[in-house]
Design a protein around this ligand. Structure first.
Ligand code: SAM
Length: 351
């Protein structure tokens, strides 16, 4: 039964694809609450009650990609576009550093304006100004040489979700003949260069089913990334997928718990999208084994322009300047927000 399946996962025993699929298809409220309890215990063994925070800086809403799920896709003519300058990014970092952030995540659409020259300049300026901070990039696919230059300029981590580990499903989310194998190659390249790597997927994206999700879990196991980001798909009113339902809260929590049981030392955020589909979503995510939160540190006037999906939260606990609210909320769950880089236990220290 499902409890036995969860116990096997926790004991690092191989679960067959069929078992994983049955677990995802048939879990009950009781199974979910058992999974969440165990995941929280496993998380506690590795990280105690510490919560790592990352300041998210949304660099640009321009994007050359046309991912069908995304609100800032190129074809969305109504999306509001902006770009941050190096000075604006540094000013976000200054605010963030004062608040206690020691990791900055620079995320954006795939925007050729940020050439290697422009981007290395931004990364090396942050590195110089804030030597005590980690720099995470999430800028989509770039060349291997570009990843290397940015790593040499001082970037430590790279987030690139694989989105789905099923080739056919990947094609249904990306209309321009993009290939899953290419995305996977990028992830292996990033690893080889020395980045702490994050990947992940949306839960409940159109055409997903338990067999594609099983492939996601097996790919995570194979790549063994330092970070895993998953959150529910949330429709955007101007995207091709506007009429699809958002991903399920319970399924997201079950997957978070499963991933924590499978990968005890992974850095796993409780995402904004989870906080968007339920007022207590982010808290539930923490109770399902997540150990990272990424409040929004972008300049306030651009936050509403980086609209990946409808109702994306950027106030209250999602706002970096309201860190004290987040601290209180985490405290009430028995967690403690800490001021440090929050590297992966597996990361090599570099100078
Ligand atoms: N361009 C970079 C990339 O694609 O990796 C980084 C920015 S991209 C907007 C960041 C993530 O947002 C994607 O990996 C995707 O999983 C998530 N995302 C996009 N649209 C979404 C939606 N409608 N609902 C939930 N998550 C979404």
């Amino acid at each position: 039964n499902n409890l036995e399946r969860l116990i096997k996962l926790e004991n690092n025993l191989i679960l067959s694809e069929t078992d994983l699929r049955i677990l995802l298809d048939t879990f009950t409220k009781e199974d979910l609450s058992y999974a969440m309890n165990r995941a929280r215990k496993v998380r506690e063994k590795v990280f105690g009650n510490e919560v790592y925070i990352r300041g998210l800086i949304e660099l640009t809403s321009y994007c050359v990609c046309d991912c069908l799920y995304c609100g800032i896709r190129r074809e969305n003519k109504n999306a509001e576009r902006y770009r941050l300058t190096k000075e604006e990014v540094l000013s976000c970092c200054r605010t963030g550093h004062e608040l206690g952030f020691r990791t900055f995540v620079i995320q954006g659409g795939e925007d050729p304006y940020y050439s290697d020259e422009v981007m290395t300049e931004i990364v090396s300026s942050i590195r110089k100004t804030y030597p005590d901070c980690a720099i995470t990039l999430s800028l989509g696919e770039r060349s291997k040489e570009s990843y290397k230059k940015l790593y040499d300029a001082g970037a430590d981590r790279y987030l690139l979700r694989h989105e789905t580990a099923d080739e056919e499903h990947y094609g249904k989310l990306h209309p321009k003949g993009e290939h899953l194998r290419v995305r996977m190659k990028h992830l292996w390249d990033l690893k080889e260069i020395g980045y702490q790597v994050g990947t992940g997927f949306m839960v409940g994206s159109p055409f997903q089913d338990s067999s594609t999700l099983v492939k996601d879990l097996l790919f995570l196991k194979e790549l063994n990334p330092e970070m895993v980001g998953i959150g529910p798909f949330v429709p955007h009113h101007e995207s091709v997928f506007k009429d699809f339902e958002h991903g399920s809260l319970d399924l997201t929590l079950m997957l978070l718990s499963i991933i924590r049981l499978m990968m005890p030392d992974a850095l796993i955020p409780s995402t904004t999208s989870l906080g968007t589909i339920h007022p207590r979503g982010r808290e539930f995510g923490m109770e399902a084994g997540a150990n990272v939160v990424m409040p929004n540190l972008s300049p306030t006037d651009v936050r509403k322009k980086y609209l990946l999906y409808d109702n994306k939260a950027f106030t209250g606990c999602e706002a970096a300047e309201s860190l004290s609210l987040l601290e209180k909320s985490m405290d009430s769950l028995g967690f403690q927000v800490v001021v440090h880089r929050g590297d992966s236990r597996r990361a090599k220290i570099r100078n």
